[in-house]
Design a protein around this ligand. Structure first.
Ligand SMILES: [Zn+2]
Ligand SMILES: [Zn+2]
Length: 336
């Protein structure tokens, strides 16, 4: 079969790759759309320490079931589906308590296993979700980033009527704005980039520039109380440290952004008890795909409309362009 293969950092080509055969509990999916995410870009740039080469990336994938293994029930050839890329071992502590997203042996499609930048993809039947009727392929490919936002909003227990300050208006930040809004909350989005803030405003957020005025502006909008929920989606240490100032006493902080390995984030220790704040991490997603797909099908998620579509077979040129200028494309989706 044809696939977009990354041989080494900055080296992607479309070439022949062995067509996978599904095992008894697996399905073969004929790929229709696969999103481009920062994670794919990291592997392309040689920045993901866990990546092995050659590899086929792509973890935001949807398509049509081509073949189902002998033990697979409820999924049949011809079914439109979305692939959940994370698969836990099922035996370790986090897996046993239903947090397989934190599994130490987590397998990610498109990172440790071949992903969706190919004609076909093999996945466990456990990772397959039916795509709602009428949902376009591009929209269906957004299930994964939207699921990350669903997970973060669940972790932060975002409720109707609450102000949620979202730090960072990248793809996850934009998904967070819309999921928070769908829950009836009021998203306040911050970023250093005016272009990204303009997108955030389009998604329905109140936007605030992430500069030295941010704290004063958040306090001004919240009766000097601070925000009930603050969600960090930049990965910047300074932004993470500021969450403890932005949050109201008794409020919740959700850390979604990833800092580089080994770096420390500091906050005044007394604030932790004084404010009785809750700080939680949020990693990828677990059991969030059905809700993400429902939200996408309901029309409450506008964000996929700003995506740019490219042919999957032009992936090498698209990735080279993005490597030279990450802002060249706001969010790319590769279609077959
Ligand atoms: Zn992604
Ligand atoms: Zn596990």
């Amino acid at each position: 079969m044809k696939a977009a293969i990354i041989d080494a950092a900055h080296q992607m080509r479309v070439a022949h790759w062995t067509k996978p055969k599904p095992g008894r509990n697996e399905v073969l999916v004929s790929v229709r759309a696969a999103g481009i995410c920062a994670g794919d870009m990291y592997i392309h740039l040689g920045k993901n320490p866990y990546a092995t080469y050659p590899q086929v990336c792509g973890h935001e994938v949807c398509g049509v079931v081509e073949e189902a293994g002998g033990d697979v029930v409820a999924i049949a050839p011809g079914d439109p589906v979305v692939v959940e890329p994370f698969l836990g071992c099922g035996r370790c502590y986090p897996c046993r308590i239903g947090k397989s997203n934190c599994c130490a042996l987590l397998q990610i499609i498109g990172v440790q296993q071949p992903g969706g930048y190919a004609e076909y993809l093999r996945a466990s039947a456990r990772s397959i979700h039916p795509a709602p009727k009428g949902l376009s392929w591009v929209f269906a490919s957004f299930a994964e980033p939207v699921a990350i936002a669903v997970q973060a909003c669940r972790r932060g227990e975002v409720k109707a009527g609450e102000i949620v300050v979202i730090l960072g208006c990248g793809s996850i930040g934009l998904a967070l704005i819309e999921v928070a809004k769908a829950r009836g909350a009021f998203p306040f989005a911050t970023d250093i980039s005016d272009t990204r803030l303009a997108f955030a405003e389009q998604m329905g957020a109140t936007v605030l520039k992430a500069d030295e005025t941010l704290l004063a502006n958040v306090l001004a909008q919240t009766n000097s109380e601070g925000a009930p929920v603050v969600i960090e989606a930049t990965g910047s240490i300074r932004a993470m440290e500021q969450t403890v100032d932005l949050v109201a006493p008794g409020g919740r902080i959700v850390i979604v952004g990833l800092v580089k390995k080994g770096l420390e984030v500091r906050f005044p220790g007394l604030d932790f008890t004084r404010k009785e704040m809750t700080i939680v991490g949020s990693r990828a997603s677990v059991n969030c795909f059905p809700e993400a797909l429902e939200l996408l099908a309901s029309g409450k998620i506008y964000y996929p409309r700003v995506a740019s579509e490219f042919s999957l077979w032009d992936a090498p040129e698209v990735f080279a362009k993005l490597a030279a200028d990450p802002s060249a494309v706001h969010k790319g989706v590769l279609v077959t």
